[in-house]
Design a protein around this ligand. Structure first.
Ligand code: ATP
Length: 299
């Protein structure tokens, strides 16, 4: 288990991470989210032992994280860090050896991964000759070459087309099933929603949301009502507690401040014509994120 207990990080006088705590079990994919500058990279660096927290404690299976266990860790950084003059094979051997692997084991694993990502004929190509998406695949392969116990993925899908996003997703899920502890970070909330049962959202270093995604959604009082049919939009807009009414893909989306308002909306909707749908839905993680993190989102 990865245990992050009350970690705080100051850069000089500047508080970058403030009293952050969470736990991730084997087989779990955990979301660590926040707008730019929220403190995610600082947290990743503390987890892998590159930065020392100003206070607090981080342990993997009860041991503090230091150089003796870096062989068990994989980190896919948001920025690419490939040595572009090397061939794919040389690059993977380089990273594999750094992780304490034998060359023959690296090559076996490399062949398996190149095949999975459908780039088996790229082994002897120079990194600089590869497209952006294929470089991202190599970056991912170098992060998982050692079958890491703890894997940190920062924007893993950047530069990938939808087909390759699916290949990556499959591999990430498989690694979790095999028992890896995975921390996933992305600004793409639809990916986070798909993967992460538990998450933390940081804003200026402070934890503004944390826990199970389903509880976070449940606690968030605002809901969306989706209606299909001809309704009296003005009348609905005038109901106390209705925040907005928008038409999206031939369906009305009515945002309400509390689930209790749904009855009042239903009364008006039921007087409409050709009503084929009325459903009260949880907000998306994206809506919750934007509202919680507010104006600092993606600046
Ligand atoms: P992004 O999504 O943009 O990568 P982030 O959530 O990873 O952002 P961090 O890089 O952890 O954010 O930065 C958190 C805060 O700490 C920012 O305000 C940043 O300017 C500051 N910071 C980061 N590194 C340093 C440093 N070495 N010295 C001083 N301040 C720093």
């Amino acid at each position: 288990m990865l245990k992050v207990e009350n970690i705080t990080k100051y850069y000089g006088d500047f508080l970058a991470v403030d009293n952050l705590s969470f736990e991730v079990n084997e087989g779990e994919i955990f979301g660590l989210l926040g707008a730019n500058g929220a403190g995610k990279t600082t947290t990743f660096r503390m987890i892998i032992g590159l930065l020392t927290p100003s206070s607090g404690k981080i342990t993997l299976d009860g041991h503090s994280i230091d150089y003796s266990i870096t062989d068990k860790i994989g980190f896919l950084t948001e920025e690419r860090s490939l040595l572009t003059k090397m061939t794919v094979k040389e690059q993977c051997i380089y990273y594999g050896v750094l992780k304490g692997m034998q060359e023959k084991d690296i090559l076996t694993r490399l062949d398996e991964l190149l095949k999975k990502f459908k780039i088996d004929d790229y082994k002897d190509k120079k990194i600089k000759e590869l497209s952006k998406g294929n470089q991202q695949k190599i970056q991912f392969i170098t992060a998982i070459i050692n079958n890491p116990k703890l894997l940190i993925l920062d924007e893993p899908f950047s530069g990938l087309d939808p087909f390759n996003v699916e290949l990556f997703k499959e591999e990430i899920k498989e690694m979790a099933q095999k028992g890896s502890i995975i921390i996933f970070s992305s600004h793409r909330m639809e990916h986070v929603e798909l993967f992460c049962k538990k998450l933390v959202v940081l804003k200026n270093g402070k934890t503004v949301l944390s826990g199970e995604l389903k509880d976070i959604k449940h606690k968030y009082r605002k809901k969306n009502i989706v209606v299909s049919g001809d309704i009296d939009v003005d009348k609905i807009k005038n109901i106390d507690g209705v925040i907005s009414v928008t038409l999206d893909n031939l369906e009305y989306k009515i945002k309400i401040s509390d689930e209790k308002i749904a009855n009042k909306v239903f009364e008006v909707v039921s007087k409409g014509k050709n009503i084929t749908k009325f459903s009260v839905e949880e907000p998306s993680l994206n809506e919750i994120f934007i509202e919680t993190v507010g104006e600092t989102y993606d600046k």
